[in-house]
Ligand binder design. Structure first.
Ligand code: ADP
Ligand code: ADP
Length: 226
């Protein structure tokens, strides 16, 4: 299985350094929760893996290639996809139309979108395919956000705080969706403030602080000192 190898990764925004030498080795198919205090650089790590920050040094080795410094579109083409924080859907378009829009973007990255895959995996969205995204519940909208990012069946999915603003029931639905993708073989890197929930689903916890990995292990071994 293909590993994602992050070596001494340094990145930030303009002159601002946020990641100060991140080392991380993620085997294919693993479900990893990125934890740590606010401002530790968790979102920045996801954004850096997706080519959205300025890289100052280090490597991101993916399938024998250093993808550090590549543009998001190229990274998408390599099978790595990103679910940003918040909502990207068009509220006055139906679920189906939103998926078509996302598929259109993928065409640019020269990857094939597969709506049937999404509908097979997430029957809730299939049932809602004609519903306007803006008329759906927060949980359903978050499902759509994830669905829009997995149309091309990426090998790696980067997910930034999908539970923000959702009810416990909605959070359950969203995490079930992530577990289903994981069961399908997808590698998942999840940033999640809801520690309890993250620990339930993830196989591994990686804790960041001040832009570096300070702890890496099994979720059950995390103590309150970490
Ligand atoms: P975390 O996800 O661990 O809470 P972030 O990666 O979101 O941390 O943020 C790390 C630091 O980077 C914070 O100090 C934040 O204010 C800063 N930051 C995040 N995004 C930007 C940006 N677009 N421009 C400048 N600074 C940013
Ligand atoms: P989190 O820590 O939960 O990831 P933040 O509150 O750090 O989120 O950031 C929310 C959004 O604001 C992100 O898109 C981030 O890039 C942006 N952001 C955060 N800090 C800054 C900053 N200092 N300058 C510009 N954008 C920022």
């Amino acid at each position: 299985k293909t590993n994602l190898l992050v070596r001494d990764l340094r990145a930030g925004y303009g002159n601002l350094d946020i990641l100060n030498g991140v080392d991380l080795d993620v085997p294919g198919g693993q479900f990893v929760a990125l934890m740590g205090p606010n401002g530790a650089g968790k979102s920045t790590l996801l954004k850096t893996l997706y080519g959205m920050t300025s890289i100052k040094g280090g490597n991101i080795d993916w399938r024998g290639k250093n993808i550090a410094g590549q543009k998001s579109r190229a990274i998408l083409g390599e099978g790595i996809s990103f679910v940003p924080q918040g909502r990207c859907n068009f509220p006055v378009m139906s679920v189906d139309e939103n998926l078509q829009m996302a598929a259109y973007t993928l065409r640019d990255a020269k990857v094939k979108a597969d709506r049937d895959y999404v509908y097979d995996l997430f029957p809730i969205l299939k049932k809602r395919r004609a519903t306007l995204a803006g008329n759906m519940s927060g949980g359903e909208q978050q499902l759509l956000e994830v669905a829009m990012a997995v149309l091309q069946r990426p090998k790696v999915l980067l997910v930034d705080e999908p539970s923000v603003g959702l009810s416990p029931a909605a959070i359950g639905i969203v995490f079930d969706e992530l577990l289903r993708l994981h069961a399908d073989g997808m590698t998942i890197l999840l940033v999640e403030q809801n520690t309890k929930k993250a620990m339930e689903v993830a196989q591994r916890a990686v804790i960041l602080r001040l832009g570096q990995v300070i702890w890496d292990g099994l979720p059950k071994d995390i103590t309150h000192d970490e």
